[in-house]
Design a protein around this ligand. Structure first.
Ligand code: NAI
Ligand code: MG
Length: 366
């Protein structure tokens, strides 16, 4: 049966980079015998322009029924004046919420060809390949009570960190499952030394490990120490699992170990569906980049690598994902750079389409 994909290019550079991903998908269909059933639709401002809403119920239904959703980016200055309820971002938030995508996967991966451009020493980042899993649907961003209240004669700002056992267990399972497809190692980060939710987090992750994933190597670290270790020697990690707040910070910091926003993919996964695959949405970390939209110079690699993650984590096509990532490295090694990657000796600045074409060519050359 063909792989069912819903493609939502969105706004700004979203459609530009997605065009290059389509070339890659076509290559896999023609050369690797993969069958895709692709549906493309609107999200964000593009949907608002046509339907008056950033996500129609029809597209929501499609997202629930496909094997994976691939999204470009949403938003743009044109929509800043809109009411909050119909802002482009609400389309993406609704997708994440209704698909219940509780595990956010953010890889920090260093392509050899770019290692010398990292702000860190070459040997710290060369060959780096780690994955941060951030709990995405609970924790302090959602906990009740919340608000700004008046106590006596001053205002008090309140947020609540709250995690149920089930919420911790399911994201822990995602981490262990993922580790088995990678280096078989999980480090769980919290602050059990000062937070009750951290104490429970550590207990539940350990329990899930002992009963279901004893074959995976598990360690625990306080999140502040983890932040230090992440910058000092990131290669000690394989999979890191952490809560929503710590994951927000740690994943952004880890991302910058390896460089440009234009290179960073992500995945958001939910519970397994009937076919055993998790509910899944793949998207680049970057936004719609209105400052360069329409100029043909956006870097398509983040979106291409998001598709590689789909191959690996939704469809168990690890060899194909490896091939695609290696081809991206080939292109960078040849010196091709979109403007966001800078320029140097032996590099050649190319546009979005040329970068996409080069990746497809590199696929054929392997
Ligand atoms: P942004 O990620 O769109 O851009 C930040 C900077 O990085 C810009 O200078 C941009 O040109 C550059 N950049 C980003 N992706 C690039 C790529 N692929 N190639 C080359 N350069 C790239 O973030 P910003 O400017 O804060 O937000 C712009 C719009 O995007 C806003 O409306 C925001 O709400 C939305 N946004 C949407 C996201 C999503 O769809 N998941 C995530 C972040 C922002
Ligand atoms: Mg963040």
């Amino acid at each position: 049966t063909p792989i069912k994909l819903l493609i939502l290019p969105g706004d700004g550079i979203g459609p530009e980079v997605m065009l290059e991903v389509r070339k890659v998908i076509d290559w896999f269909a023609s050369n690797r015998g993969l069958a895709f059933e692709i549906d493309e639709d609107l999200v964000g401002g593009a949907s608002y322009d046509v339907h008056g809403t950033p996500l129609t119920d029809a597209v929501m239904d499609k997202a629930q029924s496909v094997d994976a959703v691939l999204l470009g980016a949403v938003g743009g200055p044109k929509y800043d004046v809109l009411d909050f309820s119909v802002k482009p971002e609400r389309g993406l938030l609704r997708l994440r919420k209704e698909m219940d995508l509780y595990a956010n996967l953010r890889p920090a991966q260093c392509f050899d060809a770019l290692a010398e451009f990292s702000s860190l020493k070459r040997d710290v980042v060369a060959g780096l390949d780690i994955m941060i899993i951030r709990e995405l649907t609970s924790g302090i961003y959602f906990g009740e009570p919340r608000g700004i209240v008046t106590e006596g004669n001053e205002r008090v700002g309140i947020n609540t960190q709250r995690y149920t056992e089930a919420e911790i267990a399911r994201v822990a399972r995602s981490a262990f499952e993922l580790a088995r497809k990678r280096g078989n190692k999980v480090c769980s980060m919290e602050k059990a030394n000062v937070m009750e939710s951290g104490v429970l987090w550590r207990q539940v992750v350990q329990e899930v490990h002992d009963t279901e994933y004893a074959d995976v190597e598990l360690s625990h670290m306080y999140a502040d120490a983890g932040a230090m270790q992440l910058v000092r020697w990131p290669k000690q990690f394989d999979v890191i699992v952490t809560d929503n707040l710590f994951g927000d910070l740690l994943s952004d910091a880890a991302a910058m170990l390896t460089g440009s926003l234009g290179m960073l993919p992500s995945a958001s996964l939910g519970a397994p569906m009937e076919n055993g695959r998790p509910k899944a949405l793949y998207e680049p970390v970057h936004g719609s980049a209105p400052d360069i939209a329409g100029q043909g110079k956006a870097n398509p690699i983040a979106c291409v690598l998001s598709f590689a993650m789909a191959l690996r984590y939704s469809f168990d096509l690890g060899d194909e994902a490896d091939l695609l990532e290696a081809s991206v490295n080939d292109v960078l090694a040849k010196g091709l750079r979109t403007p966001d990657l800078g320029a140097g000796e032996g590099t050649r600045t190319v546009g979005t389409a040329e970068m996409g074409d080069a990746i497809v060519e590199a696929l054929s050359e392997r």
